[in-house]
Ligand binder design. Sequence first.
Ligand code: GLC
Length: 673
Amino acid sequence: MIWKYIFGRPIETGAVVMGVPEGPQDLPDIPGLKIQEQQEGVKLSCRMESSDVVYGLGEQMRGIDKRGFTYISDALDDAVHTEDRHSLYGGHNFLILGRREQPSFGIFVDDPGRVVFDVGETEMDQMVITAGSDCVVYLVGGESLKDIAKQFRRLIGRSYIPPKWAFGYQQSRWGYLNEEDVREVVQKHHAQGIPLDAVYLDIDYMEDYKDFTVDKERFPDLPGLVKEMKGRGVHLVPIIDAGVKIEEGYPVYEEGVAEGYFCKDEDGKDFVGAVWPGKVHFPDVLNTKAREWFGGKYRGLMEQGIDGFWNDMNEPAIFYSEKNMEKVMDEILSMRGKNLDLHAFFHMKDLLLGLSNNPEDHKSFYHDMDGVRVRHDRVHNIYGYHMTRAAAEAFEKIAPDKRTLLFSRSSYIGMHRYGGIWTGDNKSWWSHLLLSIQQMPALNMCGILYTGCDVGGFGGDTSEDLLLRWLGAALFTPLMRNHAALGTRRQEVYQFGHVDLFRAFIRIRYGLLPYIYSEYMKAVFQDEMYFRPLAFDYPEDVHAPRVEDQVLVGESVMMAPVYTQNATGRYVYLPEGMMLVRMRALGDRVCEVLEKGHHYVDMALDEVVFFVRKGHALPLAVLDDDIRSTADMRDLSYEWIRFGDGPVEYVFYDDDGISREYVPQDRWEHVVI
Ligand code: GLC
């Protein structure tokens, strides 16, 4: 059951695809639930019992249970993801209030501006959601947590499907400067027998950080390189940033200006912000024509053989705006030679720090939403979504028969139909390893299935043990990409002493790929979550809602990775008897049945451990020693990992991995093992 309430004159975000009539007027029978229209906007409040758990909010900080903090949907380019952060890169305004005594329900606030979720921070037992005055609120009922999530997913439409190779291992780094760097990365993985499916091209491949250009000195023959790499099974994936460099003679800039495709300031002039290339204009991707135009620009790279992209800096990130910079400079210069006391000094510091991603800047530029002028702050959270939509809609025309890899940094619910996301600039911190696991089910609830974090950590220097544990934790994550920032310690797995362990882990990932892919596709077609908190599958279990560091993956697996430095094991809670699988290599597997309950499980650094649920099975591909990428995985044979007393059935999805011809559900293979 879905209740829909419209307030004011909402902006169409495209998040919801299913037609739902407004009403019914009476709120569902949820004790303590109130929706009020107030001066500051629409306010939704609800009492929480101590046993209630709040799931969702997509890419946000903190745990699986969101209680005890305030989260703000206000997409932000911020590379310091500490516990006190209220916003990351997206706006994922869906949560489920999981209740023990009364029916659970979901809330989706469709508002592309700032939305505040005070989930028991101000008052421990009160949830207060404050949106703008123009929004649509959906309340989603269902028989169970799983069912509520499914009803919501039906509302927002089918999730994006990447090519199969995008489930392979991928290597990235800000700072691969030229062809030789790319070749070296591929060669060194392969020389060590480590499979690899993609290498990323960060901003360094461009000419002066200009979108859709290629630096001819550093990449003199991109089509040749793409072809050579594909011959080795490796795809090259370039980055595209939101800001378009202001430079005479640069066609994207010139066309955008001539056609009026950029966002405008108050005076109707093209708004000037600054990002990597210095001053830029932002394409007005909320305008249909501008979106078509910007999307069409991906064609140039695709004609050079590129079949995957990552869209970045699309909150949009603004280092500074031209106008604010002038104001700040004037004020700071006026302080010159003065004796700055506490207040004056910190004011100066704030002025400088406030240059970037300043909310005032968001109020100073406008979109032309097909004839309607809308100030940016009102639609801030759907900018990255529409940049990604621009690309995806263009791919439909440029490469209609094929799947193209696409993911974004900023997103909003609705974008999950066009691409995935990665979780942005995390750090090489153990706490971020845990965070990456906790974010996955929350993202899946919002439809974002193709996702993962920067494995090993983006900022800061990783360590060999952290990277090993992180690969273990990312074993089942659809996007498994090792990415690191410029200036950090080199993080490719061959840089470390125990390369044999890394090889073993990555080969285990490839062995598990048929399961990962099958479960991903089943989740897409059945509107299911690929990653789920334990309570979703064990609703009667009293401990399950309290488990913050274990997740279910697909129908057969539970993960409980190590995320603490120097730990050689961890506590695991089993909501039913499960089979522990301990692997040191593809052919080195030990299984052990454990009873329902609490266990301390040893997990040495050189092994990956996961659990198989009772009555379930999973395929494990038998791989040759020399496979280099998913391209070498044809005509596979499988070993099965199974746990059950009698025969166990597994529903196995597979297809060619590249065409858009998917296998209909009545033809999915039912394997009995
Ligand atoms: C942003 C991205 C990061 C990328 C960097 C340079 O910080 O989040 O992944 O490496 O920009 O393009």
